[in-house]
Design a protein around this ligand. Structure first.
Ligand SMILES: *[C@@H]1O[C@H](CO)[C@@H](O)[C@H](O)[C@H]1NC(C)=O
Ligand SMILES: *[C@@H]1O[C@H](CO)[C@@H](O)[C@H](O)[C@H]1NC(C)=O
Ligand SMILES: *[C@@H]1O[C@H](CO)[C@@H](O)[C@H](O)[C@H]1NC(C)=O
Length: 175
């Protein structure tokens, strides 16, 4: 009886492993690029510090500072190019030395191709490196079960207006 049970269990496990293998082969890879427009000041600010350590200046290099962001995302570096969606979420300066920030961002698509779908970006970002790589941990809609990575590169910084543009390349596998 016990043996019979174990045999059945093995059969079930084998079948589960087989079906996982079969569906894995249906994964497709999508690569896409979106451009984040960061406004750190002015009437249309899109990145705002909302919390931090009492008595400290709330800055990107001060451990414990929490930013909320809602950046417009476009198809090219030009702010007036086609809107792809929004980059909504949090940045938390999570390195005691102020070098790393923890990124928790949803790409909320509103373009024709991916309207209503999201990608979830999460991980530590070495703020001062030319290329920052962060993991893509999941998604919704067309990106259900997505997994992959995203790179961020700063293309333009206008210190006078506190405006910058970042290129975000995403590579994900999903069903
Ligand atoms: C801020 O946004 C408003 C509404 O979209 C727009 O009319 C205005 O020109 C923007 N101001 C700046 C400085 O970008
Ligand atoms: C995206 O979906 C919303 C809600 O369903 C709809 O109002 C909007 O027109 C759609 N946008 C595009 C570009 O398809
Ligand atoms: C992002 O994509 C662009 C366009 O394909 C490419 O030129 C650039 O090197 C990519 N960046 C990274 C970090 O791979």
């Amino acid at each position: 009886m016990a043996l019979n049970f174990i045999a059945k269990l093995l059969l079930v496990l084998t079948f589960a492993a087989f079906s996982a293998g079969a569906t894995r082969s249906q994964l497709k890879e999508t690569k896409l690029t979106v451009f984040f427009h960061d406004f750190l000041a002015g009437p249309n600010t899109t990145v705002i510090p909302v919390a931090g350590i009492a008595g400290k200046l709330w800055t990107f290099t001060q451990f414990g500072t929490v930013y909320v962001t809602d950046d417009p995302l476009t198809a090219t570096p030009d702010l007036n190019s086609a809107v792809v969606g929004r980059g909504q979420g949090l940045y938390v300066t999570s390195g005691l030395d102020g070098l790393n920030t923890h990124v928790l961002i949803s790409i909320v698509f509103t373009n024709k191709n991916y309207n209503g779908s999201t990608l979830e970006i999460q991980g530590t970002s070495k703020q001062f490196e030319a290329v920052r790589e962060v993991s893509v941990v999941s998604g919704t809609g067309k990106f259900r079960f997505a997994r992959g990575y995203a790179t961020f590169e700063t293309l333009l910084v206008d210190a006078a207006t506190f405006y910058s543009v970042e290129r975000c390349n995403v590579t994900v596998e999903h069903y």
